[in-house]
Design a protein around this ligand. Structure first.
Ligand code: 2P0
Length: 330
């Protein structure tokens, strides 16, 4: 009897409202603190995995191209961890992003959530629980554990591989919040996220940040539960700027913001003074995530286009969790 050894999954990226920046453990991606995210509907990775014992080594394709560099190695190393517990055979892996690579949208979050899920789906056995899948995704890339779930998600930091998992706080239909990702710059990052985590972990401000975070997390969860954008937005802006303060003052320093980033942050604050409820957050890069209610999204988009003509804007609502399906790439 032949067995289907092929599986495909799609996962959305996510934007952290409370950030993961600094790790307790670098092998299993155990964070220093909990984080909270919104899953992004328009930033999807689809991945197919085929376990195939006729191959002599893994074959990895990203966006249609065979990759033989560090990105492929990272996928193979990850598959080694699954192979250590399950099938010991090579795999053919193909992955496609719905958003262009190098835009600064976190493709490792959607990428490892989709890869982990596709790898297990390809085994043709009963899937591990969602909680177990958040663990598998996290081992690939920390923020990927939050992309297993849709809507609004909390990563409970735990202290070890056993208890660091992500849980859904609210589904994608709970609140029609919008995140307009404004692609301010496509320049490659000078300091990678993995390097950034190391620098942050040894940063002298980190101890103070850890003291502040429990209260901020509680307030942020309360604001999401109440669908209270004014409270949420204030917390989220403070959080984003605090993370960038640590990035900018680290050794070495990471200056992710570009002139366009600051121009937009100032404009968002001015629009708010004008009565438009709009807020920002930032990732480890120059692009701005502009948060607003769905009813204000057309006005916010028009103002961004007027201020900075020609920039791409990716408008997200809260997206779904990872899905297994039959639309295979291979
Ligand atoms: C986050 N970021 O919470 C934070 C905010 C970027 C800024 O998680 O080393 O790619 O793969 O666990 O998940 C980016 O770091 O790091 C990130 P690894 P990851 O979304």
């Amino acid at each position: 009897m032949t067995r289907e050894m092929r599986g495909t999954a799609s996962a959305c990226s996510n934007i952290a409202l409370i950030k993961y920046w600094g790790k307790r453990d670098f092998t299993d991606n155990i964070p220093l603190n909990g984080s909270l995210s919104m899953t992004l509907s328009q930033a999807t990775t689809t991945t197919t995995v085929i376990w195939d014992d006729t191959l002599s080594q893994d074959e990895i394709y990203l966006d249609g191209e065979r990759v033989l560099d560090g990105r492929g190695l990272r996928v193979s190393r990850y598959l080694d961890r699954i192979r250590a517990d399950y099938y010991r055979m090579p795999a053919r892996v193909a992955s496609m992003n719905s958003f262009p690579a190098g835009t600064g949208i976190a493709s490792s979050a959607s990428g490892f959530a989709a890869l982990a899920t596709a790898a297990f789906a390809a085994m043709g056995e009963e899937m591990p629980s969602d909680t177990e899948m958040t663990r598998w995704a996290r081992r690939g890339s920390g923020s990927a554990c939050r992309s297993i779930h849709g809507g609004f998600v909390e990563w409970l930091p735990g202290t070890s591989d056993a208890d660091s998992t992500a849980v859904q706080l609210a589904g994608e239909d709970f609140w029609d919040l919008r995140d307009l990702v404004v692609l301010v710059s496509r320049a490659p990052k000078a300091i990678s996220s993995s390097e950034g985590h190391k620098i942050a972990t040894r940063h002298p401000f980190m101890a103070a940040r850890q003291e502040l975070l429990p209260a901020r997390m509680l307030a942020t969860k309360g604001a999401v539960a109440a669908r209270d954008l004014m409270t949420l937005g204030a917390l989220v802006e403070q959080e984003a700027l605090e993370m960038h303060a640590i990035m900018m003052s680290g050794q070495p320093a990471a200056l992710y913001m570009q002139p366009g980033t600051l121009k937009l942050l100032h404009a968002i604050r001015a629009w708010r003074e004008d009565g438009l409820p709009v807020f920002f957050t930032l990732d480890a890069g120059p692009n701005v995530h502009v948060l607003c209610e769905s009813r204000d999204a057309p006005e916010v988009r028009a103002r961004i286009e007027q201020l900075m003509p020609g920039l791409s804007i990716l408008e997200n609502r809260a997206g779904p969790g990872v899905r297994v399906h039959e639309d295979h790439l291979l």
